[in-house]
Design a protein around this ligand. Sequence first.
Ligand SMILES: Nc1ncnc2c1ncn2[C@@H]1O[C@H](COP(=O)(O)OP(=O)(O)O)[C@@H](O)[C@H]1O
Ligand SMILES: [Mg+2]
Length: 229
Amino acid sequence: MLRASGLHKAYRSPSGARLEVVRGVDLEVAPGELVAITGASGSGKSTLLNLLGLLEPADRGDVWLGGDRVTALSRRGQSRARGRSIGFVFQSFLLIPSLTALDNVLLAARYVGGVTAPVRRRAGELLADVGLADRARHYPPELSGGEQQRVAVCRAILNDPPVLLADEPTGNLDDANASVILSRMAARARAGGAVLVVTHREDVAAHASRVLVLDGGRLYPGRGTRNHR
Ligand SMILES: Nc1ncnc2c1ncn2[C@@H]1O[C@H](COP(=O)(O)OP(=O)(O)O)[C@@H](O)[C@H]1O
Ligand SMILES: [Mg+2]
């Protein structure tokens, strides 16, 4: 469902030095799989996820979504493909401060099918599922970091996207809440989604079909990989 080949990305540091962050990544996440990527802070995990989520252009290499080589599309075609196929949980949540938690979740539906009564109901159910039933009318500044993160996860899965990409989705959560989020992601995989989670948490491995390590800009098989399918 999600495939990448030969991805490269370099940045310029403020001093002008070239920083090669992603140096030839090949990856395939099949429907029904939950793949975890770990790696040291600064190893390029967020950068890689942004390339896969079509949020940043790669210098080289290609991304396929469901058989389509989406890196060949225009910027506009790419954002359409992203809206249709990808749910993304940002490390920094990126909630809109002037919208309630519920309306932030509903943002995902605005560009895909629109906000109908059943979609509204489902958004409420997703929030209740992660323990936020009584926070639906709150605005992000009135929510804790962990609560904002759970809202961001609900937004990413509202449309049942075939591909779910999550950047440290449990970073701000205690064990109980992290476990709720991880089981949501695993459920998305069981329902046929291709799920890719960047994390430094050990317990993610227990939910993952495969664990990969990003090191020196390349992906390697990690420990703790087991097949739960
Ligand atoms: N827009 C950018 N411009 C310059 N350097 C960047 C940019 N984004 C990330 N970097 C650098 O790339 C490296 C990888 O960053 P990142 O992908 O955020 O790592 P991780 O998510 O694994 O912590 C870091 O050294 C970071 O400073
Ligand atoms: Mg990161």
